[in-house]
Design a protein around this ligand. Structure first.
Ligand code: GAP
Length: 513
């Protein structure tokens, strides 16, 4: 087992042990790639959603938020292209009977070469010490250059073949690269076929009259079909945005890696409607703004990178991912897509209704262009959770597990302890909880020695622990302990609200954007 696998296993078991994420219907042995958020997970997820909503909707006068239904008229998906083109290329292994995404097999092959590059860089960095110039090494080391070329030609050929729908060439590529079934090593592959990812369902009481529906595979279409309603009722002028968060469903062929790729997941999307011809500048601007949002959480600039798409979705003229360094390597966290006027034009065509904007400035009507930002809430949860989980060795040689969540997102902001369960200390601690719960999610804990309570809250991600002791009875002061530094200070009880607020308030975090 690699270090990465090991770290990822720790993330999954910690998420279960501390009430963040459970396998769905676990008592029936679970349902593949479906997960439930537990008491702490639901809070963390809500906080991430609010952090996004604040930054995207409430802080922008020209962006409004909606909440469209999951069910939509089935023609929506014909118009959007999802019925015909929302496919993944799948391939079966004839010996193991396992099914894979052909493009993922090829991407995993390239990821292995990338891991070799990382190893070379690591070795060279050790060898050269402070004088090591990574950029120069990547550009000049023969072996690394060869590796990089192999990745580039492989991915570029795959992208072109997929674009041309040349599935025979995708299979040929898998065979030429001698890619084997990761589970069994067999290279006995079927042809590559397309597989539509939408889940179907039926609306109506009787079988004869039932209408075939789809569970939405993206939230974006709920925004497009409401574009004119929102524009007219809000009187927003272009450029403006419509945002929403909500569930989306995809029948993923290979759903693995915990909550990274699920069959039911949540998206946070924003469609920004602009004048045709301005898409390039807005696309660049939204790439930058979204990266700043991520960086404001302080999870390390080195953990993010942009990846420009070679294979564009059927609706896009430019697209990039913000990738994050998950425990299993850099993977897509968010997409920024320049969607042209594809969606609105298609909905005009299929509905027969005009979806145009009248521009008073130049006295003309047009179908707006759209730049979209689209992030998976569950993926963001995994990014935050996995990045925060740390094993620390302390000065005295002991170790502690700390979930160093950005405090603005932490499910529980403070835990309040009485030092002992007597002498009136529990009553004071309860009183503090009563006072703080108006502003923050706080808990009371009196079980075990204080040291163990600290460790429990560290592992739970709680930024503050507040302890009431016998001196409190005399001076109305308590000890507040900070999760990350473990420093303790004695403060007045009535200062607690401000101290916590200063640290967890969205304002101070978003100001860093
Ligand atoms: N409206 C555009 C759109 O849906 P996408 O790249 O297919 O674009 C956007 O999805 C984001 O949704 C991804 O960057 C990812 O964070 C998230 N996402 C997509 N499929 C997912 C899945 N099966 N499980 C969890 N998150 C997913």
């Amino acid at each position: 087992m690699t270090n990465q696998d090991d770290q990822f296993k720790k993330v999954i078991s910690h998420a279960k042990e501390y009430g963040y994420v459970f396998q769905s219907s676990e008592i029936y042995d679970g349902l593949s790639a479906v997960y439930d958020y537990a008491q702490n997970g639901a809070e963390l997820k809500k906080n991430i959603r609010e952090y996004w909503w604040k930054a995207m909707v409430q802080m922008n006068e020209n962006i409004v938020g909606i909440d469209a239904a999951i069910f939509m008229h089935p023609t929506t998906w014909k118009a959007s292209g999802h019925v015909d083109a929302f496919n993944d290329p799948l391939i079966d292994n004839k010996d193991s009977k396992k099914r894979y995404r052909a493009d993922v097999l090829i991407e995993d092959y390239c990821a292995k070469i990338e891991a070799k590059i990382d190893k070379e860089v690591e070795k060279a960095a050790k060898r050269f010490g402070d004088s090591f110039d990574k950029a120069q090494f990547l550009a000049t080391n023969t072996r690394v250059v060869e590796y990089q070329e192999k990745i580039n030609t492989t991915l570029s050929r795959m992208a072109k073949s997929l674009e041309r729908e040349d599935l025979a060439d995708v299979k040929a590529l898998i065979e030429e690269l001698e890619i084997a079934d990761p589970l069994t090593g067999s290279r006995n592959w079927t042809d590559v076929k397309q597989f539509n990812l939408m889940f179907g369902t039926k609306l109506g009481a009787s079988a004869e009259n039932a209408m075939d529906l789809y569970l939405r595979p993206e939230t974006a279409q709920g925004i497009f079909v409401n574009f004119l309603n929102v524009q007219k009722t809000s009187r927003l002028k272009i450029p403006f945005g419509i945002a929403q968060t909500g569930k989306a469903f995809r029948n993923e062929i290979v759903a693995r890696q915990f909550i990274f790729r699920m069959r039911e997941f949540e998206q946070m999307e924003m469609q920004f409607f602009i004048k045709p011809g301005t898409q390039k500048e807005w696309y660049e601007q939204w790439k930058e703004t979204r990266l700043k949002w991520h960086l404001s959480l302080g999870m390390g600039a080195e953990n993010y990178r942009f990846h420009d798409h070679e294979k564009l979705a059927h609706y896009a003229d430019a697209a990039a991912d913000i990738e994050f360094k998950f425990p299993f390597g850099f993977k897509e966290l968010e997409g920024i897509h320049s969607r042209t006027d594809f969606d609105l034009s298609q909905h005009e065509k299929f509905s027969g209704k005009k979806l145009q904007y009248f521009d008073h400035e130049d006295n003309s009507s047009y179908v707006p262009y759209v730049v979209e930002t689209s992030i998976g809430l569950d993926r963001m949860f995994l990014a935050v959770f996995s990045n925060s989980l740390k094993e620390e060795t302390l000065e005295d040689g002991s170790t502690r597990t700390v979930l160093a969540l950005p405090s603005v997102l932490a499910p529980v902001k403070a835990a309040v302890f009485p030092l002992v369960k007597k002498d009136g200390l529990p009553e004071i601690a309860q009183q503090i909880v009563e006072e703080l719960k108006w502003d923050f999610n706080v808990v009371y804990d009196e079980k075990d020695a204080v040291g163990r309570r600290y460790r429990r809250q560290d592992a739970n991600g709680t930024p503050f622990c507040i302890t009431v002791d016998h001196d409190t009875l005399e001076d109305n002061m308590v000890t507040i302990r900070h999760r990350d530094s473990m420093q303790q200070e004695r403060v007045k009880m009535d200062a607690l609200r401000d101290i916590i607020k200063q640290d967890v308030d969205m304002r101070s975090w978003l100001m860093k954007m």
